[in-house]
Structures are given as structure tokens and as C-alpha cells.
Write a protein that binds this ligand. Sequence first.
Ligand code: NAP
Length: 253
Amino acid sequence: MAHQPQIVIITGGARGIGFGIGQCFAQRGASLIIADINLEAAQKAAAKLNTEGAKGSIGVVCDVSDRQSVEAMAGQAVAHFGCIDVLINNAGICPFIDIMEITPKQWQRTLDINLTGSFHCTQVVAGKMLELGTKGRIVFITSLSENFTGPSQGDYAASKSGARMLMRSFSTRLGREGIRCNAVAPGMILTDMTKHHWGKPEPAKMIENRCPEGRIGTPVDIGRACVYLTSDEAEYVNGITLTVDGGYTIGTG
Ligand code: NAP
């Protein structure tokens, strides 16, 4: 049987897609570092995941946009578990503000969390993997917005298309040292981030009609893709974006 990664950091793992990713690794008996901006929520999530099969998971406070906070989180992970096998760059925000209305401060915040946050986490955690000789795996959670956009998605789409190229750049740098980087681009997934929109009957119906799979996605759909990309089954998969949208982008509705 293929080796499964054991020590897994998930940023923004306290809820939503990050928590669903945690559930998929928990089912495989991994130990999780739930790194979230909200310490209490991170600790609660880690405890819950330990009841779902994870082993000795911990919740750690981390603001991915703050370099010192990321360094402290990665240091804590290594001090506690001795190594890091997997990093999932999941933490993100999507403010949905018209590109003509968004303030420079709001614009910068989206880029700081979604793009620079993934840069901080990857550079710091990959540095630990190299130091410790770990054949690590890194997954960036991007979005369909790495290719598509709209009037209220300017900041978000810029951050996610940037994250795709950041992933590819790290992939070229780290591949020969045994560390693989890939991305998962989720389609419409029902979480707190999206429930105000896609939770409503009309948009939900539109998604069901357009998506060949006939339903909105779940966080676990994304978790399964992360498990695949970080497993030995994906040994020759490097630098790709795996779109997980139930076929939404090929549907015409
Ligand atoms: P969510 O429900 O809003 O959860 C995001 C999590 O990230 C929350 O626990 C949040 O903490 C945490 N977080 C926010 N800022 C952070 C920071 N600076 N440092 C560390 N943690 C932080 O969002 P989601 O829908 O699960 O989205 C997760 C990822 O998937 C994001 O990157 C998003 O862009 C991407 N994505 C989502 C969808 C979708 O349909 N949902 C589609 C495509 C891509 P608080 O709750 O305390 O703020």
C-alpha cells in the first residue's frame, strides 16, 4: 500500500474547505496542525478531527499574512511532531467588492492573505522540509478565479491567478529536491464564505442546472483531491492545477 503523509499543516483549517480537507486526512490517520487566525476555533477543530481518526492533532494560531506568525507556527509544528510532510495553503478571503469601489487597503488585504500568505507559508515550511530532508508535498487552494473573473472579483482573481504562478514557481524550484507543489481549484463549494450567495434557492438552482454533477460541491470533495495530490499515487504530478468543480466550467446551464 502507498505511503500516506502523516504530518499535515492546513492553514485556515478551522472551518469550511480547510476543515473538510482535515476530515479527509483524519480518515487516513494523519496528525494535523490546524493553523488558523482564530486560536480557539483551531483548537476545537483539531480536537474534533482527533475524534474522526486524526492522531494527536493540534490547533495553532497563525495569521498567514504575517511572516513572524507563520514562522512561529512552523516552528511549533516541528517542535511538536519533528517534521512536516504536507502543507495545504488554504486560508483565504473573498470580500466580493466592486473593482471600482474597493479601497487600496481592502485590495491589499486580499493580496496579503491569499497571495503573500501562501508565499510566506510555502517559503517557511519548504525551508523546514529541506532542512529535515523531507520529501514534502504542498497544495495551494486556488479557485476557478485563477482563470475567470467578474466586476466584484478583481482583487480575488488577481490573488488566485497570482497564487497559481507562485505554485508553479515553487514547483520548478523545489521539484528536484523531492518536494512537489500542485494546486486544487475548487468550483462552487458551500461554506460560510459562499452561503450568503450560493445558499439561496435561485443561485443554487443555477449551479445544479449547469453542473453535470447536478449539485453544489462540499469541502470533502476538495479534501479528496488534496489527499490524492499528496499521495504516492501522484508521484509524477507536479505543478498542475486540478479543477474540482463537478464539471461546472464545461456546462452551459
Ligand atoms: P471560509 O469558510 O471563510 O474559511 C476560511 C478560513 O480561513 C476560516 O477559518 C478563517 O478564519 C481562516 N482565515 C482567514 N484569514 C486568515 C488568515 N489571515 N490566516 C489564517 N487563517 C485565516 O472559506 P472557504 O470557503 O472554506 O475557503 C477556503 C479556501 O478555498 C480559500 O482560499 C478560498 O479562496 C478557496 N475557495 C473557496 C471556494 C468556495 O466555493 N467556498 C471556491 C474556490 C476557492 P476566521 O473564520 O476566523 O476568519
